[in-house]
Design a protein around this ligand. Structure first.
Ligand SMILES: CC(=O)SCCNC(=O)CCNC(=O)[C@H](O)C(C)(C)COP(=O)(O)OP(=O)(O)OC[C@H]1O[C@@H](n2cnc3c(N)ncnc32)[C@H](O)[C@@H]1OP(=O)(O)O
Ligand SMILES: CC(C)C(=O)C(=O)O
Ligand SMILES: [Mg+2]
Length: 578
């Protein structure tokens, strides 16, 4: 193996453009979008689409608002020829949509292309030929003049064919293929020569499309190339300047965005970045990037999962789970501090305020995603994420101390199982840990009185008005006094909060201090505040008793052994882990 393989490659030279203007510009409007999914995307598939699949894709593109669609290379394949005929014969092209077809500079192919387009109300005929030095040498074995002549000749032929079909509104597009690898002065020379033949006007513009057929430099270099062409092309007022970035360096989106700053009016690409090699620029990412800047992209991705499913089915290629805006996992946070921030952000977000939820550049609802998958819990998660799932499962927000304890308990389960923890598992862990049976039980709760049992022996505690919030604390203090007398130890009430869940169930959290132990929380629920509070009190006491028993049984390592409840919660979570 060569010691330094990078020595095989030459750096791409920068463009001499001292007064470049694109770096200080901002994008203010959406470009003209052209989808080449049915041509450049299709030619890059294991199995190119058949007519029915192309039609499904075409109709989806129309539905999301794409107005220019390259539907194929009709002179190259019968499938593409038939598809173009079908669109025309079955009048499937909406009035505001223009189809586009690709062709080489060869008379037989051009004639066949016009045969395919016969009767179309409007169309873009797209001529291309490679012009870069290596292609001139390797592919065409020709000099500059011959390569320019190929472009000019093809333009003349297309112009002549178009003149024979005056009922069609023709637009001509020329692509100097391999533009971004070509000397700028030669690229301009070829484009100017082509325009000189076509003679575009402000009213009937011609499209000059400048492809990064292979991405060979950083996006700023492409932007310089586009700005140079924008400032130097003849007929600029009568041209639509288009770009066609491929993604060989993984920077096609950046290249396209900088190209817009540099003067481009139009972008050609594919949905989710399908296309030759590493793909064409991804139109979905570009459009939704605009959206995050407060610019209407003019494309409708409000049901992005539907669009994705059509594209995946037609291309027979999956979209990556971390694909910007569309992947399964892109609105999902596993890690603790992200979850904490998202949970706080979602609860503070107001419908009439600008979107400002941390870690979520767009509202998932805008692309048809729900909040269900936003927070998912595994061993990287913290209390914020666990609380989010619990809030969703039970409709209550536990006190901070409970959040911390439950977070640690779930963390232990996730570490032990090594798996993702489902919402049901979080709920199980919470209920197992905080709604605790034991020596103390709430046997009955009536409006004015509850019956508790301590190791089977019943005793009664009076309570005030069932719904009086002010009485909750007093009630827990009464429970504590009566229970202290039964268990023969000091029992103090330290905290009580009662709320109700969306289905009207009362839910209580109570903290107690038993003997010399610390504060211990318990939870309870019931049809009434009294029942929920009494159960929470019993849970808190039972947990406190368990802790003091466990402390008595400290092992040699000095660690508190896992309670049976935590062990049980782990088992439940393991069985339920997804
Ligand atoms: C960057 C891009 O995506 S460009 C679009 C590429 N898309 C496709 O190629 C998909 C469809 N293409 C095809 O089906 C075929 O290539 C066809 C039907 C167009 C042509 O097929 P063939 O005649 O068998 O030629 P082949 O595919 O080998 O093409 C190479 C020939 O085309 C010539 N050629 C390449 N580009 C062009 C062009 N723009 N104009 C004229 N001739 C060209 C080459 O010089 C070569 O000529 P040679 O045989 O004299 O050396
Ligand atoms: C035909 C041209 C525009 C092309 O696909 C490319 O250069 O990548
Ligand atoms: Mg291409």
């Amino acid at each position: 193996m060569q010691a330094h393989p990078h020595g095989k490659y030459n750096a791409f030279p920068p463009v001499k453009l001292a007064d470049r203007r694109w770096p200080t510009r901002v994008i203010e409007r959406a470009p003209i979008w052209m989808s080449t999914d049915l041509r450049d995307g299709n030619q890059a598939l294991f199995e190119p689409m058949d007519g029915a699949t192309k039609l499904e894709f075409f109709e989806m593109l129309v539905a999301i608002g794409v107005k220019q669609i390259e539907v194929g290379f009709p002179a190259a394949s019968q499938t593409d020829f038939d598809f173009v005929r079908r669109l025309i014969d079955e009048r499937r092209i909406p009035d505001d949509v223009t189809i586009e077809v690709l062709v080489q500079s060869r008379e037989d192919l051009i004639a066949r292309t016009f045969e395919a387009l016969d009767g179309v109300p409007r169309a873009i005929v797209h001529l291309y030929n490679a012009i870069a030095p290596s292609f001139r040498r390797i592919v065409f074995n020709a000099g500059r003049d011959e390569v320019k002549a190929l472009a000019v000749d093809g333009t003349r032929r297309i112009k002549a064919h178009a003149a024979r079909h005056p009922d069609t509104d023709w637009t001509f597009q020329y692509s100097p293929e391999t533009f971004s690898m070509t000397e700028l002065s030669f690229a301009r020379e070829v484009c100017d020569a082509v325009a000189q033949v076509w003679r575009p006007t402000r009213e009937a513009k011609m499209i000059v499309n400048l492809p990064a057929t292979v991405e060979v430099a950083t996006p700023n270099v492409y932007a310089d190339q586009i700005e140079w062409m924008h400032r130097n092309l003849a007929y600029r007022d009568s041209l639509i300047l288009s770009v066609h970035p491929h993604n060989d360096r993984g920077t096609a989106v950046a290249a396209a965005e900088l190209a817009l700053l540099a003067g481009a009016d139009r972008i050609e690409g594919c949905l989710f970045g399908n296309g030759e090699r590493t793909g064409n620029v991804d139109l979905v990412t570009l459009a939704l990037n605009l959206y995050t800047q407060g610019i209407d992209p003019g494309l409708d991705f409000s049901d992005i999962d539907h669009v994705r499913s059509v594209v995946e089915r037609c291309n027979r290629l999956p979209v990556h789970p971390r694909h910007p805006y569309a992947g399964d996992l892109v609105y999902t946070a596993f890690s603790g501090s992200h979850q904490d921030a998202i949970r706080k952000g979602l609860s503070q977000q107001r419908a009439d305020q600008p979107w400002a939820v941390p870690y979520l550049p767009i509202d998932p609802a805008d692309v048809g995603r729900s909040y269900e998958a936003v927070i998912r819990v595994n061993s990287q998660s913290g209390k914020g994420g666990v609380t989010f799932l619990l809030e969703r499962a039970l409709g209550v927000t536990p006190p901070r101390r409970v959040q911390i304890e439950l977070g640690a308990c779930v963390q232990q389960i996730a570490d032990t199982t090594g798996r993702e923890i489902s919402e049901a598992s979080v709920r199980n862990a919470f209920e197992t840990e905080f709604i605790r049976d034991g020596g103390l039980a709430c046997a009955e709760a009536a409006t004015h009185e509850v019956t508790l049992t301590w190791r089977g022996q019943a005793y009664r505690v009076a309570c005030g008005q069932d719904s009086a919030v002010a009485s909750d604390d007093a009630f827990v203090q009464a429970l504590a006094r009566a229970t202290a007398a039964r268990v023969g130890d000091n029992v103090e009430s330290r905290h009580c909060e009662v709320s109700s869940t969306p289905d009207g169930t009362a839910f209580a959290f109570v903290a107690v201090k038993v003997g010399d132990g610390g504060e211990t929380f318990g939870a309870g629920r019931g049809r009434s505040r009294v029942q929920a509070t009494a159960q929470a009190f019993a849970s808190a006491c039972n947990r406190a008793f368990t802790v003091s028993e466990a402390e008595d049984a400290l092992d040699d390592t000095g660690r508190t052994p896992a309670t049976p409840q935590i062990a049980n919660a782990r088992e439940l979570a393991a069985a339920d882990a997804v």
